[in-house]
Design a protein around this ligand. Structure first.
Ligand SMILES: Nc1nc2c(ncn2[C@@H]2O[C@H](COP(=O)(O)OP(=O)(O)OP(=O)(O)O)[C@@H](O)[C@H]2O)c(=O)[nH]1
Ligand SMILES: [Mg+2]
Length: 302
């Protein structure tokens, strides 16, 4: 599969056009309901709301996954810059919305009466990421890192975002219900989910629990990204043995298939191939940092 930045953006333009047409048809439908006075006021309001969303052309993509699966790295690779904090060390602690803005800045919004606060990316990275020891302590105490923060919004002048795409990075899911609520509660505001798993640690108990409790039968569009597929080779006794690599990849593929197949059924049709991708966000980011328009073929669908 070829993920060329140019065609991706052209596709999004097409999506924007179709959405605007749909908005027009829906408004017509709502008008018809009004004229006919058929007592469907609530339905009419819903139709108008959907129409308004279509008109705004917003497409919101939420990146979910357990801690340290490479969510932030993946987003950085997608946009081709190291915008979001991603590392072995600092953990994403806030829901972070990446959206279009002429000038690059971060705004932090609070859920109490504190006025929103703007800052540059560097300040944001240093002030609002937490180290893993801190993350573990908060998890034990069932506390949030920044309880009065609603979310952060990163404005960035990227063509991809100009089409109305918003990409949402989320703190890693874990056993802290309060923190999961933050990420999972946001699901309903999003059009599609990228669920990031670690290739070399297929479907942990925690991950199966999130899928079962929050994703199953919710009518969501979920793509599963088996990230860090490059690590499969590193985990071999002989990393240069192509047969050992092929056998390991096949075995992993079977385990993921067994766990994820049930989430890739639409109206009884199996769309596993269209929903599950083995990737290396790390390699993709490396390529994109060298060349903005790099062809990421080698980093997708190993
Ligand atoms: N080898 C390899 N390492 C990766 C890959 N993707 C991410 N990593 C590394 O994994 C570590 C964690 O990546 P992050 O992007 O911070 O992970 P995250 O899911 O955002 O982490 P939290 O926000 O703490 O939940 C970093 O050191 C990345 O460099 C990959 O595809 N391959
Ligand atoms: Mg992160």
């Amino acid at each position: 599969m070829k993920i060329a930045t140019e065609t991706f953006i052209a596709d999004l333009e097409q999506v924007a056009k179709t959405r605007s047409q749909l908005a027009h048809y829906l408004t017509q439908m709502a008008d018809t309901l009004l004229v006919q006075e058929v007592g469907l006021e609530r339905e009419r309001e819903d139709i108008l709301k959907v129409s308004e969303n279509f008109r705004k052309g917003l497409f919101r993509l939420l990146v979910l996954g357990d801690m340290k699966r490479g969510k932030s790295t993946l987003l950085n690779a997608l946009i081709g810059e190291n915008i979001l904090p991603s590392a072995v060390n600092p953990c994403t602690a806030l829901l972070t919305i990446l959206r279009y803005g002429e000038t690059q800045k971060v705004t932090v919004y609070f859920n109490d009466n504190t006025p929103s606060e703007s800052m540059d990316l560097q300040t944001f990275k240093s002030r609002y990421t937490i180290d893993p020891t801190e993350a573990k302590r908060l998890e034990r105490e069932q506390n949030l890192a920044f309880p009065n923060v609603k979310y952060a919004a990163v404005d960035y002048p990227l063509p991809l975002l100009k089409q109305g795409v918003e990409i949402v990075d989320s703190p890693g899911l874990n056993d802290t219900e309060a923190r999961n609520e933050l990420s999972l509660g946001y699901i309903k505001n999003c059009h599609a989910i990228l669920f990031v798993l670690r290739a070399t640690q297929p479907c942990t108990l925690g991950e199966r629990r999130y899928l079962e409790n929050y994703i199953k039968d919710k009518g969501l569009t979920v793509f599963f990204l088996l990230n860090g597929w490059d690590r499969v080779q590193d985990s071999l006794l002989d990393p240069d043995d192509p047969e050992e690599l092929a056998a390991a990849e096949e075995k992993l593929g079977r385990v993921f298939q067994a766990n994820l197949a049930e989430y890739c059924q639409v109206d009884g049709v199996d769309i596993y191939e269209k929903r599950v991708f083995a990737i290396s966000a790390f390699q993709a980011l490396r390529l994109r940092k060298k060349d903005k328009n790099a062809d990421l073929t080698g980093t997708m669908n190993f």
